[in-house]
Design a protein around this ligand. Structure first.
Ligand code: IPM
Ligand code: MG
Length: 371
């Protein structure tokens, strides 16, 4: 297959982690005889520095023409600490999601056996957790009318949802549940919010088209508690934009590190893949950030292109790196490997999967040229 992939490295650790994901994609291209053509584009604080605009038109155009986009991270402390800044890096990502119509954000959360001890949560509560969060991505309070009164004393953010916006993601979440454990939990705040009541109505009506899926409802405050108390109860979670943002960060604690969580943002015509973690400015340029979320996002990208074996090859390599402890310091503080070494290992494993485990044990012992 020939695919045009746009890479948006973005800010902070974005460039370091996407570089490792690109290594993995190149290893896949080599091993499975594909041609991936990469183009780089600007977005975020780096784009503001260079062009004054967090999302240059050229970036939108390149993304629209691509088969898939791989994005790193966005944000910079100089904007976080300045609430008066009119132009903000995050505006770039939000606008790109909107321009590309990426209404459905999928965030898988898994408790990897090897990392169970890394989670601050009790082992027996999280073992076997496997959740897929479907977060609506182009509506709700993120995109409502924003107002600040002239005297600067009153601010408001509007939240609205249409039936169509709810239906299109709900269908995808139901189908996902059908292909998994057949349970869908709608997370909302229907006891307070009008938008949430519309979500309940629309999703309940749609459920008759998916009789094999059990639909449950949870208020978001309770869902936040249940995710920590008993995460195994969840299969697919469907929720609106802001709630999805919050509970997916919370759910990342189950996996032991936010550095592991990948995501896919898909629309009718475009798709973008990104880690759920932020730009982690403290780690920028230090070669210590965990590249696995970006690498797993690349696996989701391949899945999206219909390359299932290829996506699995990346998943297996990630699994192997966790098994052998070839991981960054967020996972293994005693004997950690750098961002780029983890990326080298993953790429090497993709290309040499036939080799025995013994060779990889050697890598771990530092006997390979790649480590
Ligand atoms: C995410 C991020 C973004 C969001 C920010 C960077 C705008 O937190 O993708 O979860 O809030 O959607
Ligand atoms: Mg977030």
């Amino acid at each position: 297959m020939k695919a045009n992939i746009v890479i948006i490295p973005g800010d902070g650790i974005g460039p370091e982690v996407t570089e490792q994901a690109k290594k993995a994609l190149n290893a896949v291209a080599d091993t499975f005889n594909h041609t991936f053509l990469f183009k780089e584009a600007l977005m975020g604080a780096c784009a503001i520095d260079e062009t004054g605009n967090p999302l240059p038109d050229e970036t939108i155009k390149l993304c629209e023409e691509s088969d898939a986009v791989l994005f790193g991270a966005i944000g910079d402390p100089k904007y976080d600490n300045d609430p008066t800044a009119k132009v903000r890096p995050e505006q770039g990502l939000l606008r790109l999601r909107k321009e590309l119509g990426l209404f459905c954000n999928v965030r898988p959360v898994k408790a990897y056996d090897k990392l169970i001890k890394n989670s601050p949560l009790k082992e027996d509560r999280i073992q076997g957790t496997d959740i897929s969060i479907y977060r609506e991505l182009t509506g709700g309070i993120y995109f409502g009318t924003k107002e600040l009164s002239e005297d600067g004393k009153v601010a408001s953010d509007g939240c609205s949802y249409s039936v169509e916006e709810i239906e299109r993601i709900a269908h995808l979440a139901f189908v996902a549940a059908q292909n998994r454990r057949k349970k869908l939990t709608l997370v909302d705040k229907a006891n307070v919010l009008e938008t949430s009541r519309l979500w309940r109505k629309v999703v309940t009506e749609l459920s008759s088209q998916y009789p094999d899926v059990t639909l449950e409802y949870l208020f978001v405050d309770n869902a936040a508690m249940q995710l920590i108390l008993n995460p195994k109860q969840f299969d697919v979670i469907l929720t609106e934009n802001l709630f999805g943002d919050i509970i997916s960060d919370e759910a990342s604690v189950i996996g032991g590190s936010i550095g592991l969580l990948a995501s896919a943002s898909v629309g009718k015509e475009n798709a973008l893949f990104e880690p759920i973690h932020g730009s982690f400015p403290q780690a920028k340029g230090k070669d210590i950030a965990n590249p696995l979320a970006s690498i797993l996002s690349a696996a989701m990208l391949l899945e999206h292109l219909g390359l299932h074996d290829e996506a699995e090859a990346i998943d297996r390599a990630v699994q192997k790196s966790l098994e052998l402890g070839i991981t960054t310091e967020d996972i293994n503080s005693e004997k950690s490997f750098s961002t780029s070494k983890v990326g080298d290992f993953i790429a090497d494993y993709i290309q040499n999967q036939e080799d025995s485990d013994v060779n990889f044990q050697n890598i771990h012992m530092g006997q390979s040229t790649i480590i």
